[in-house]
Ligand binder design. Structure first.
Ligand SMILES: Nc1ncnc2c1ncn2[C@@H]1O[C@H](COP(=O)(O)OP(=O)(O)OP(=O)(O)O)[C@@H](O)[C@H]1O
Length: 682
């Protein structure tokens, strides 16, 4: 109790200092505002008398003032955040060879007492704060830029402070190590992902603070914190390398807009700007200059789930294999050696032999094939001038371009892509959809060909790329991405959560494309109760997962005689949810058709939000969606309806069921009419 009182006193003292800092920064902000206003007014009044240089000088000074203003505003936001959650940890550390120990309070930002210049709060990303995550009381150390600092940690304390009030504090010893974590995980969900800065686990911290890896690949089971870790890693990198990298230099490849919106709060909560996100479809649209129409990934997955189509599966499997890369490279060699058919030509009656044209074409092998024609023309023009003293220009030069280009079968990407399947004698592997639309699986092979034939612009401005849901991208997609982004990467996902098992990549495949990579595995699941994790583990027979010992009710499997009875039970569950403490209920179906149907049946009586391929966000309450779109999200309670043997029987169905069940944090209910899916018994 005495300790608690001392801590409350200390908190009060820190809060008073924060309040003072807020008052000062508020004053500074209003002065900065006034200065800008005065400068603008001065400019308006005297504009006519000012010359160009004077105007520029005023503009520059206003823009400097605005920059200072923005910095003050950021500082104020940080202080306001500290006023709410002042810190969450304390460690007492005595460095070897020093007489006294230091009391280190760890929070989301640094905070210095302006009078004494003493750090009252250390940023969680500071080197010394790493001990809070890495050690229990006892011998400890941390690494600074220059050295390793060894010492003894005599105390580790965790706090929960909200609105400046201390809700609880706990001293860590071996016995109660994860009590705070348990308390955090028991909380009801929110519609935006939360930061986990107060309870980052040791193995997670190692990933967050890994600075060396060129490409860091994280394979983690459902709910192991992959996405959270990737976002905290961004925050760490922004802190550690603040002079070299800013949030504008980071890009996240995310599966859809709902997911992007779900994770959008984490970085701002940590005091950083949200980083830009993009999908593979958007990248393709950009690189095709919006000239090529294609089916979306969502549409492809829906098609696969609605009916089994062996031919479609064969096409997808081929285009997602390493084999297509090998075959495309062979095709490119064929185009290079056989498709280009040089002929003897005459310029102003002077001969230019075929062998000369061929030699020049080959000489530029470092250029993409379709970019070589200009160079060949340039060489011919030089040659003609040197040997025949004849200058080729104007119309004649344009005609020469056409002649050389015609020595190649086509310069049209679509034709050359079609030619690839003809060359393989597998025309059946290319099937266009209505309206000259490509299947989704053709998009990146097409881009690969474009890259080799014409070259692609690279995203040099991106200094760190994060790829989430790595299992859903194929080798061809990775090959293109690796060419587009030469920067460091954090690649994360879970092979058991692929929404299209015919086009997924495993860790080994990804590693083979990024040889300079470090792989890390996360086996502990934090999201769900022990009972839900064990239940989900049985659905996906091959996974290894460590379930956290947080207990809840056993998942319910209910089978009914009729559809009506199933529906009325679902309604009952929704009523229960409405009267309970939970914030979110996800009703997760296999297909969009099922979603639409159930939505119609529920919307009269309940307020339900429907998520589909066009949605951009979701809120709390009852959400109805597919497993595909729910991937990456989580709900306090999940209902999986229509879980019959008929509906869940193939490999993709099984993956979907696994994804759906692992979205549940505290409660899971599964319903069916008659026979439940066999995957529930495995
Ligand atoms: N160290 C931690 N402390 C508190 N909560 C944590 C911790 N690690 C993970 N969690 C919680 O576990 C849940 C799952 O995290 P996250 O969504 O990042 O996992 P994931 O591996 O990306 O999951 P999935 O692949 O299933 O979508 C979140 O609610 C997150 O807050």
């Amino acid at each position: 109790m005495e300790q608690e009182n001392l801590e409350k006193k200390r908190l009060k003292h820190t809060l008073a200092k924060i309040d003072l800092a807020i008052t000062n920064i508020t004053k500074r902000l209003s002065k900065q505002g006034r200065d800008i206003k005065d400068a603008n007014e001065h400019m308006q009044e005297h504009k006519r008398d000012m010359d160009h240089l004077e105007k520029n000088a005023v503009r520059e000074s206003v823009s400097n003032m605005a920059m200072l203003g923005r910095a003050s505003l950021d500082k104020k936001k940080r202080l306001l955040r500290l006023k709410n959650v002042t810190y969450f940890g304390r460690l007492d550390f005595k460095e070897d060879n020093k007489a006294a120990k230091d009391e280190i309070y760890v929070g989301v930002h640094n905070f210095k007492d302006e009078d004494t210049n003493k750090n009252l709060v250390y940023d969680w990303r500071a080197p010394i704060s790493s001990m809070f995550y890495d050690y229990e009381p006892g011998p400890s150390s941390y690494v600074t830029q220059e050295k390793v600092v060894d010492g003894l940690m005599s105390l580790k304390r965790q706090f929960r402070i909200r609105n400046g009030e201390m809700e609880y504090m706990l001293d860590n010893d071996i016995a109660i190590q994860d009590e705070v974590l348990q308390k955090e995980l028991k909380q009801a969900s929110s519609s935006k992902m939360k930061n986990i800065v107060a309870t980052i686990q040791r193995e997670q911290n190692a990933i967050i603070r890994n600075e060396e890896a060129q490409n860091l690949i994280i394979q983690g089971v459902a709910g192991s914190g992959k996405t959270s870790i990737a976002l905290h890693r961004i925050a760490f990198l922004l802190y550690k390398f603040k002079d070299d990298i800013s949030s504008e230099d980071i890009l996240i490849i995310s599966p859809n807009k709902v997911f992007a919106s779900y994770i959008s709060n984490v970085l701002p909560e940590l005091g950083e700007e949200t980083v830009e996100e993009i999908s593979l479809e958007e990248i393709a649209d950009h690189l095709f200059d919006y000239q090529i129409k294609f089916q979306s990934f969502f549409e492809q997955v829906s098609e696969l789930l609605e009916r089994t189509n062996e031919k479609l599966i064969e096409r997808i499997e081929f285009k997602s294999s390493q084999d297509i890369l090998k075959k495309m490279d062979e095709y490119l060699v064929h185009l290079e050696n056989k498709a280009f058919q040089p002929q003897d030509i005459f310029i102003n009656k002077n001969p230019v032999p075929a062998w000369f044209i061929d030699e020049k074409f080959k000489q530029y092998h470092r250029l993409p094939i379709l970019k070589r024609f200009n160079e060949v023309v340039r060489e011919i023009v030089n040659h003609t001038f040197m040997y025949y003293k004849y200058e080729v220009k104007g119309k004649e030069r344009t005609e020469l371009h056409t002649t050389i280009r015609k020595m190649f079968p086509s310069t049209n990407l679509r034709m050359l892509y079609k030619g690839f399947y003809e060359w393989m004698d597998r025309k059946d592997l290319l099937k266009m959809r209505k309206g000259a639309t490509y299947e989704y699986s053709d998009v990146y092979p097409l881009l690969y060909l474009k890259m080799k034939l014409e070259g692609l612009p690279s995203f040099t401005e991106v200094k760190h790329l994060v790829i989430d849901e790595m299992q859903d991208y194929s080798p061809v997609q990775y090959k293109v991405l690796s060419k587009l982004f030469s920067c460091k990467k954090t690649i994360l996902g879970d092979i058991n959560q692929s929404v299209n098992p015919f086009s997924s990549s495993d860790l080994k495949t990804i590693q083979s494309i990024f040889p300079d990579s470090t792989a890390m595995t996360m086996l502990k699941s934090y999201r769900s109760t022990y009972e839900i994790t064990q239940f989900s583990k049985r659905i996906s027979d091959r996974i290894e997962v460590e379930a956290l010992k947080r207990h809840g009710s056993e998942p319910g499997v209910h089978s009914f005689k009729t559809k009506e009875k199933e529906l009325s039970y679902i309604k009952e569950l929704i009523e229960n949810f409405k009267n309970g403490d939970h914030n979110s209920l996800g009703i997760i179906c296999k297909t969009q058709k099922e979603v639409n149907k159930l939505y119609e049946e529920l919307k009269e009586k309940f307020q339900v939000s429907l998520l589909d391929g066009k949605s951009v966000a979701f809120g709390s309450g009852v959400v109805i969606t597919t497993a595909h779109l729910a991937k990456g999200l989580e709900f306090d309670m999940v209902i999986v309806p229509n879980c019959t043997q008929q509906n869940y029987k193939t490999a993709p169905d099984r993956q979907m069921l696994y994804v759906a069940c692992t979205r549940a944090m505290h409660r899971l209910e599964i319903t069916s009419v008659k026979n439940p899916s066999q995957f529930l018994n495995s």
